[in-house]
Design a protein around this ligand. Structure first.
Ligand SMILES: Nc1ncnc2c1ncn2[C@@H]1O[C@H](COP(=O)(O)OP(=O)(O)OP(=O)(O)O)[C@@H](O)[C@H]1O
Ligand SMILES: [Mg+2]
Length: 247
């Protein structure tokens, strides 16, 4: 398996110079599904934002297939490493117009067949493409957001709490969809989630981030069955307390 992303001693400070990420090192192997857990404010979203160059680290280095991020064209990198957020933002217009957005930045367009394929990949009926994107349900919007990212044919998907604002049924549907993308399209996935059961269910490998550091990482089952760090133990305990609240 190829090492797809290398994170080496990455430091990110806020505007006042206080550390958000305090020297993170990790590797992402091709085809891996990594779940990222950790307390609120620990730096998970900040790390994802560095991984597709929405922001740059203050020091340290990021590499994609061995090449320093700074030597890769930004748009090219963002196509290869796509991101989906908690709240899908739809531009005014149809589903089709929303899907055309990503490739348009690349001066490309999508054929009708490609649009139908993308919709099929996210289990939406082809008839939805002429509907007003803003009128869709939360779960449908999240599918369109995923399809929009997939339109760029990314190798890596960065997912930031993509099911957090959905009802339990839609949440499970999106979860299954992402697992299918991982298995069938061999996407490498980094998935930040507060839902510990989800993190355990879907992950092959898990990183625990606390106070701007990866305090624990390992195969998901090991992290959940034999947590080493106090913060991991606490996270898992708290998720048991919330039994029934989050599936
Ligand atoms: N643009 C910014 N300017 C200043 N501080 C920031 C900025 N972005 C993030 N932070 C700070 O960095 C820390 C980490 O934030 P981040 O959003 O990465 O945490 P998180 O782990 O994603 O939290 P959550 O689970 O609540 O989403 C927080 O203290 C936050 O206030
Ligand atoms: Mg976050």
């Amino acid at each position: 398996m190829e090492e797809l992303i290398t994170i080496e001693n990455v430091v990110k400070n806020d505007e006042k110079g206080s550390p958000i990420l305090k020297g993170i090192s990790a590797k992402v192997m091709e085809g891996e599904l990594i779940t990222i857990i950790g307390p609120s404010g620990s730096g998970k979203s900040t790390l994802l934002s560095l991984l597709n160059r929405m922001r740059d680290p203050d020091s340290g280095e990021l590499r994609f297939k061995g090449t320093n991020y700074l030597k890769i064209d930004v748009l090219e990198l963002r196509r290869k490493i796509g991101m989906v957020f908690q709240l899908p933002t739809m531009i005014q217009g149809t589903v089709k117009e929303n899907l055309l957005l990503g490739p348009k930045l690349n001066r490309k367009t999508l054929t009708e067949k490609e649009i139908d394929q993308l919709l099929e990949d996210v289990a939406l009926p082809s008839t939805i493409k002429n509907q007003d994107a803003r009128s869709l349900s939360g779960g449908q919007k999240q599918r369109v957001a995923l399809a929009r990212t997939l339109a760029n044919r990314p190798e890596v998907l960065l997912l930031d709490e993509v099911t957090a604002s959905l009802d339990p049924t839609s949440s499970l549907e999106i979860e299954e969809l992402i697992q299918t993308l991982h298995q069938q399209q061999r996407k490498t996935i980094l998935w930040v989630t507060h839902n510990l059961k989800q993190a355990k269910r879907v992950g092959q490998y898990t990183w625990v981030i606390a106070n701007g550091e990866i305090v624990e990482q390992g195969p998901t089952e090991e992290v959940f069955e034999h947590p080493q760090h106090d913060i991991t133990k606490e996270l898992i305990m708290t998720s048991y307390d919330q039994e029934g609240e989050s599936r």
